[in-house]
Design a protein around this ligand. Sequence first.
Ligand SMILES: NC(=O)c1ccc[n+]([C@@H]2O[C@H](COP(=O)([O-])OP(=O)(O)OC[C@H]3O[C@@H](n4cnc5c(N)ncnc54)[C@H](OP(=O)(O)O)[C@@H]3O)[C@@H](O)[C@H]2O)c1
Length: 255
Amino acid sequence: MNLGFIGTGKIASSVIEGIFKSSIKINNIYISPRNKYLSKKLEKKYKKIIIAKNNQEIIDNSKWIFLSVTPEVGKKIIPKLKFKNNQLVISFISSIKHSELKKKINKKVMIIRAIPLPPISLKKGPVPIFPPNKKVKNFFNKIGSTIEIKNEKLSINFWSTSGIMASYYELLKVMSEWLVKRGIKKSDAQKYITSLFLALSEDAVVNSKKDLKYLVKESQTPKGLNEQGLKEMSKNGVYKSVISTLNSIHKRLNK
Ligand SMILES: NC(=O)c1ccc[n+]([C@@H]2O[C@H](COP(=O)([O-])OP(=O)(O)OC[C@H]3O[C@@H](n4cnc5c(N)ncnc54)[C@H](OP(=O)(O)O)[C@@H]3O)[C@@H](O)[C@H]2O)c1
């Protein structure tokens, strides 16, 4: 089976890297010439990558088509593209709803919305999909963990939480820079902080069936450093700010 990606940006290239590390069987992957740098890099790295002349050529040659452009570009280009009735379209586009995609595509294709994240290039991370679909579920289970969602409103909640990704990395950056300012070598600081958060996340995943409040509790010694850290950050409104940011991202996605 041939796959096609309309838009070769961050998320398309991450998914493609994941596919080539996985057991997914494909013939070729057709990609957009844009972004020029990323498409050329992928073509150089993998024999099965073909840079198409234009977006229509991708659709004409592929059974599954991944929409991986920004919402603004998607709204402009999708209505001009000609899909075939038996194709499967998987949209990564954050703010174009299923019904709107259906109208814009205007063919009897199966449309699935999916939210992979960049660690999919390492075959890691959750991939919420809407509506549920067995083939798409099996596909993403080979490069991550698929979560099937039965209604689109619920899937928008997942989108909202994925909008905190850059803020999370900013936290790692701020903490590393803090160590560097105190004389620690940048490579040691970044190694320490990233390994610390990897270990904490792995522990959280292992314990994810329990209420997360137990991890919060168990990581504090009475009158200890973590108790102080949590108290001060709560008092400073850090967690309230997380909730209000989630609410405003959610509002934007629900428009
Ligand atoms: N990044 C994430 O973590 C993530 C996760 C899940 C979903 N998404 C969604 O996936 C979509 C893409 O996000 P991204 O982060 O991958 O963005 P991105 O890196 O900016 O990629 C978008 C790509 O589309 C290309 N493009 C622009 N106009 C085009 C056209 N007319 N035809 C074909 N390609 C065109 C751009 O090329 P140029 O550079 O040449 O303009 C760019 O390579 C967005 O809707 C986003 O919400 C992103």
